[in-house]
Design a protein around this ligand. Structure first.
Ligand SMILES: [Zn+2]
Length: 74
């Protein structure tokens, strides 16, 4: 019985992360902080750091942004 409850809680948590409020959702679309272009999802990591922490190279202006859409200074 405990296992069933745990399964339901985990399922609900995963659903919340995938389809919950935009602020928390993993499915949210990020915008380039420089030009406002919607960044592609799923992303293709361009580096080990991007694979680990998320982030994009903006396809429009080439700015490197982190997982929250903020510009990364090189
Ligand atoms: Zn951009």
């Amino acid at each position: 019985m405990t296992g069933l409850i745990l399964t339901v809680i985990i399922f609900a948590a995963v659903m919340f992360l995938l389809f919950g409020p935009q602020k928390f959702s993993l499915m949210r679309r990020q915008h380039c902080s420089e030009c406002g272009t919607i960044l592609p999802f799923p992303r293709k990591p361009a580096s080990f750091r991007q694979a680990m922490w998320g982030g994009w190279i903006c396809p429009s202006c080439g700015t490197e942004v982190d997982g929250r859409g903020r510009k990364i200074e090189k």
